[in-house]
Design a protein around this ligand. Structure first.
Ligand code: SF4
Length: 882
């Protein structure tokens, strides 16, 4: 088989991949050296894609009320129930909830069906949760949702301001490009604005550990500073911007000391940032969820856009505000209008656009006003207003705020359809109809990355079972509803051509989103389509759409907005004194349905955790490695305690990935209130008041098992994918050992069982060997510190036959080594923190030296900031002890 060029299904960097058989029945995935986004590089997630292609947990057949049915039956039921609901309750009673994981072609037909033919605008994307504030900011400032910069600008910039983003983990390949550019030009500067000191701060010239929620004051203060210092580009404002007088007036008088006090920063830090921004014309401000996921996210975005407009730093090489997208095709969803308040092809609910779209689609029943945004949409399900819901490629029971209420809402929804690749997500478990969708590697279509570059996702695997592409499923339902003519596509190329034609339809330069020349692509041309940036107009300015200073507003001028900063709606208080911030880890993706299959991706962080400042750990009687419960007004979770001096005291961080398939009680969005930005509807994920208290575990333990069955029914369990077994970390509050029958169930029976039981000490150790092969290991202990490290025991599962020497040590857990599980830093080469620390102690004094000695950091490079942190920590220790 020839090498297939395709695109990574994870983050918005949109890296190109080369996929080919590995000669051993599997696949090899490499970075595509010719793709302009990544030029051959991949991060740990992309590099581990080949490990995630198995069919375990796949949904392979349509299911109706838990029973397998034919596609005919499933599609008929979906079409009929949606038609009946509309007939009885009107179009507002139905909704679709879709995803940035969808390909543009899937997105396009979903949006066309519900808005154009069912007459409802109740379609929203999970992109609402990650970049809706950036979209609103762009529309308010530029008149259209257009990212005005490109990746190359990061390399050309003399100053990069990274705000609300841990790009080293969330967009690793792009961050690597930035780091490489800084190495080539050491005089360029990096400022990181983030309440946490993340790995993205390694090597930064300035880190502003801002008080959560105060970013708009910082940027308003910058606007005022620019005015006072004469750094405003008045000629640009006069020619290309309106509203600047009001914007400047709103910021007037905001002094550096006032900003510093409000933002919890040192005045000299603020002054340094302002001085650099004023003096360095080539400045890119890169922003992401830390800005967007806020009850004032849109205003924060516009505060950033204001300073760029005030200095004319928009659409110039090395200068511009740059919103990063989280998902692989969040941008594609924006293009097709798969959000409740947009129409397709960057059109809105104006009379002109509605008429234009109705004519283009020959739409029987075009929605004429915005629908419900994500949070409102699920509240409408809960209240019974929405009675038929189709969720496609997303898991809102994990990802939406107040997720327990979302679960209740879905459980009570009269008709719930879920299309997914995974059989049993937290959301799929509630569905009346489950539709098996094609997964990455099987799908065929396009995605658009953060810099507006359209790339092909090409299939290299056959469709397994009865799985079908999302566009096919949606169009089949549409045909059954009576819209056969409008949804008569032979394949994704047909849909793409229509999408491209719509973008150019009666456009005349009014909308920058224009794929006109691609509307005539024949199918072989679509198959060959090389990565292409929009606007696709043949104009060389497509890399920086506003280079000409002409914007998408009615006057052609950009708008600066007066920003009146607001604090988050719910401050910390007596009952919930800490502020919870949620976010991504380096090696996991969303709800782990794919990355959770890869042992090496689990090696970096294996369990759900809460990270606190060491002072808070002490003050709250917590213990690193033990468990803590987090409580808010909305729910409770149970996770492992970790600490970092990089957290601001009074704040905590919990990763967003864990769900009911991987832990007993770790869905962090259970804690987050459904507070949204009034303009964008984006929820406030970065500022939830919580209480953190020690969990009174009476025992801790772990189970290693070759056959991963149902998780043990104990108060705390978390599942970790190891190389040849599954590991469950366990804890409980009942005194004494768990019931013997229970222990035997976990171990898989008594046959071949070795046991060591010491009830007085609260200790139980057992291993089961069958036909010479290790099948299960269970260790329980009243003292967590007495449990051995897991790596040696896990490694024994890789052998088909257990050696006598290993068998003799089994219940010692490698001679009783106390628990000090090594943390894997370099996922590509499996290099742990202990080996790195030892190498540094033996003289390795640079990232390059660690790479030469241990290969660490020589794969995807995503761990390089952590290697730098280890080196820096060691040099600080040496300086203190010298
Ligand atoms: Fe995929 Fe990593 Fe590239 Fe993002 S940076 S697209 S996750 S390989």
């Amino acid at each position: 088989m020839a090498v297939i060029r395709t695109t990574c299904p994870y983050c918005g960097v949109g890296c190109g991949l080369l996929v080919h058989p590995d000669g051993r029945g599997g696949w090899q995935v490499r970075g595509d050296p010719d793709h302009p986004a990544n030029r051959g590089r991949l991060c740990s997630k992309g590099a581990a894609l080949a490990e995630t292609l198995d069919l375990q947990d796949r949904l392979l057949h349509p299911m109706l009320h838990g029973r397998r049915v034919s596609w005919e039956t499933a599609l008929d039921v979906v079409a009929r129930r949606f038609c009946d609901t509309i007939a009885e309750h009107g179009p507002e009673a139905v909704a679709f909830y879709v995803s940035g994981q969808l390909l543009t072609e899937d997105y396009y037909v979903a949006n066309k069906l519900i808005k154009g033919f069912l007459g409802s605008a109740n379609i929203d994307s999970n992109s609402r949760l990650c970049m809706a504030s950036a979209v609103a900011g762009h529309q308010r400032a530029f008149g259209e949702d257009v990212v005005p910069a490109c990746y190359e600008d990061l390399e050309l910039a003399d100053l990069v301001v990274l705000v609300g983003s841990n790009a080293a983990w969330t967009h690793p390949v792009l961050f690597h490009r930035l780091q490489a550019a800084r190495q080539a030009r050491p005089e360029s500067r990096l400022v990181v604005i983030d309440p946490r000191r993340t790995v993205s701060c390694e090597g930064a010239d300035l880190h502003l550990a801002i008080r959560p929620g105060t970013d708009a004051w910082l940027f308003n203060g910058l606007l005022e500073y620019l005015r006072r210092q004469g750094a405003v580009d008045w000629a640009y404002l006069e020619a290309h911007v309106e509203g600047f007088a009001a914007a400047l007036a709103a910021a007037e008088g905001l002094s550096i000391p006032a900003v510093a006090e409000r933002c919890g920063l040192q005045a000299d830090q603020v002054a340094t940032f302002y001085r650099w921004f004023a003096a360095i014309p080539r400045t890119v401000t890169l922003f992401c969820q830390g800005i967007n996921q806020s009850s004032s996210g849109s205003d924060k975005v516009n505060a950033i856009l204001n300073v760029h407009l005030a200095t004319g730093r928009v659409g110039r090489p090395g200068a511009g505000p740059f919103s990063l997208t989280g998902q692989p095709n969040a941008m594609g969803g924006r293009e097709v209008g798969a959000m409740a308040n947009h129409l397709a092809a960057h059109m809105g609910f104006t009379a002109e656009d509605i008429d234009r779209l109705r004519r283009f689609w020959r739409a029987a029943r075009l929605a004429t006003g915005p629908g419900l945004k994500a949070v409102d949409l699920f509240q409408a399900v809960r209240s019974g207003r929405i009675r038929a819901l189709w969720i496609i490629a997303t898991n809102p029971v994990v990802s939406l705020p107040e997720s327990n209420r979302v679960m209740e809402a879905l459980a009570g929804c009269p008709f719930l359809v879920v299309s997914d690749v995974t059989a049993s997500t937290d959301t799929a478990r509630l569905a009346h109809v489950l539709l098996p969708a094609a997964a990455w590697g099987e799908k065929d279509g396009t995605v658009t990355n953060s810099e507006r570059r359209i790339s092909r996702q090409r299939p290299f695997l056959p469709l397994p079972g009865e799985a079908r592409p999302d566009w096919w499923i949606i169009t089949q339902v549409a045909r059954r509803m009576g819209f056969a003519e409008a949804f008569n596509y032979a394949g994704p190329a047909d849909i793409f051509r229509e999408h491209a034609a719509l973008s150019a339809y009666e456009n005349g330069g009014a909308r920058r989103f224009d794929l006109g020349p691609l509307a005539d692509l024949d199918t072989p041309g679509y198959d060959r389509l090389a990565p292409t940036q929009w606007p696709v107009t043949g104009d060389p300015g497509s890399a920086r759409p506003y280079a000409d200073g002409r914007f998408g507003t009615s006057t052609g001028k950009a708008r600066m907005l007066p920003i009146l900063p607001r604090l988050p709606l719910h401050p910390a208080g007596a009952g919930q004194p800490l502020i919870l911030n949620t976010g991504r880890l380096r090696d996991q993706w969303h709800t782990m349905t794919r990355t959770g299959k890869s042992p090496r991706l689990f090696a970096h962080t294996g369990e759900p955790c809460v990270v606190l400042h060491p002072d808070d750990v002490t003050a709250r009687g917590l213990e690193v490695g033990a468990l803590a419960s987090l409580r808010s007004a909305h729910g409770e979770i149970l996770v492992r305690v970790d600490e970092s001096p990089g957290l601001r005291p009074g704040t905590v961080f919990v990763p967003m990935h864990w769900n009911d398939s991987y832990t007993a009680s770790g869905r962090v969005n259970v804690l987050v209130g459904a507070v949204t930005d009034p303009v964008s509807g984006q929820p406030e994920y970065k500022h939830a008041p919580v209480a953190v208290t020690p969990y009174p575990a009476a025992w801790f333990g772990f189970l290693l098992t070759r056959e991963a069955g149902a998780p043990p029914p104990v108060p705390y369990w978390s599942r970790v994918t190891a190389r040849a077994c599954t590991r469950y970390e366990l804890a409980g509050t009942s005194q004494g050992l768990p019931d013997e029958a229970l222990l035997l169930t976990w171990l898989g029976g008594r046959e071949g069982l070795m046991e060591l039981r010491d009830p007085a000490a609260g200790r139980y150790r057992a291993a089961r060997v069958h036909a010479g092969r290790l099948e299960a290991v269970l260790f329980i202990d009243a003292h967590r510190q007495r449990l051995p490290a897991r790596h040696w025991l896990e490694g024994l599962f890789e052998a088909e036959r257990l050696e006598d020497a290993a068998r003799a040590c089994l219940l010692l857990g490698r001679a009783g080594t106390p628990e000090q599980a090594d943390r894997i830093v370099c996922a590509c080469h499996g290099v742990g923190e202990r080996a790195l620390t030892a190498a540094i102690a033996h003289g390795a004094d640079s990232v390059e030296a660690l790479g030469r000695g241990l290969k660490a950091g020589t794969g995807c490079g995503a761990c390089v900031p952590e290697l730098r942190a280890l080196l820096r920590r060691a040099s600080q220790v040496n300086a203190v002890t010298a």
